[in-house]
Design a protein around this ligand. Structure first.
Ligand code: ADP
Ligand code: MG
Length: 243
């Protein structure tokens, strides 16, 4: 929390699947220029929360404030129009198409492929995401495929970019490269919501962390001021951690 208004505030956000609460009364603030971790074990409710922020899931309760204004986000298109970009855990790319052709599918059909290729190449240079717009997706590694998704999100000039467990598919070298990209985004004043269950990387790259357990926030902290044990306790609870 800074003195200025947060870019995004979530108040009491809740999602029920039948009788089961995947997210329950979640409060979260993200400032501009902040890399904010959403930390929690598998099943904690991380993906459910960000799917509500990106208009994929309809909240059962609570409120989302964007730049201080209450908003209802009912589709990814609405999320993108507000300035929210998302890089999913599972990519939706067409293997037989090129990088530029895949990116074109999510843009206005009036924009030419040549223009999209130029812009994708420019963004890939600026953000350190090596990518050939003419390459076929079928020939690309999973790390390269993720870069397409990041460039695709950046083409919309987002104020907030959400990444769901991005390093789970990356080599350590690719992860280091991604962290440099995130630092560049931060230096431009953009915000990052970084989902992970990996304590070490959250302590390395994130300014703040909100920890989820069983769909509830168990703490918000500066992860660099915490020990791995104290973060683990927030993630799994003292009963399981045995401390
Ligand atoms: P995380 O991303 O932290 O691993 P999720 O948000 O994917 O967790 O899931 C949180 C809980 O909600 C899990 O128990 C999961 O099984 C459940 N869940 C997620 N999506 C659905 C759904 N569409 N229908 C029913 N249960 C779901
Ligand atoms: Mg998930």
């Amino acid at each position: 929390g800074s003195a200025s208004n947060p870019l995004l505030s979530v108040r009491g956000l809740t999602k029920h699947f039948g009788a089961f609460a995947a997210c329950s009364g979640i409060d979260l603030d993200i400032a501009s220029g902040e890399i904010h971790a959403l930390l929690g074990e598998n099943g904690a409710g991380k993906s459910t929360l960000v799917k509500m922020l990106f208009g994929i899931l309809d909240p059962s309760g609570g409120e989302i404030l964007w730049d201080g204004r209450p908003v209802t986000i009912t589709s990814p298109g609405e999320a993108r129009a507000l300035g929210i970009g998302m890089v999913f855990q599972h990519f939706s790319l067409f293997e037989a198409l090129t990088v530029a052709e895949n990116i074109a599918l999510s843009l206005d059909p009036k924009i030419s492929l040549a223009k999209i290729s130029d812009e994708a190449a420019r963004l890939s240079k600026v953000y350190g995401l090596p990518l050939d717009p003419k390459a076929h997706v079928a020939d690309l590694s999973v790390g390269e495929r993720q870069r397409i998704e990041i460039v695709r999100a950046l083409l919309q000039n987002p104020k907030l970019i959400i990444l769901d467990e991005p390093t789970s598919v990356l080599t350590p070298q690719e992860a280091d490269r991604l962290f440099e990209t995130l630092f560049t985004l931060k230096s431009e004043g953009r915000s990052v919501l970084y989902i992970s269950h990996r304590l070490e990387e959250v302590r390395r790259i994130c300014d703040r962390a909100t920890v989820l357990r069983h769909g509830k926030v168990t703490g918000t902290c500066d992860p660099r001021q915490e020990t791995p044990a104290s973060l683990a306790r927030m993630m799994v609870g003292t009963d399981v951690a045995g401390v």
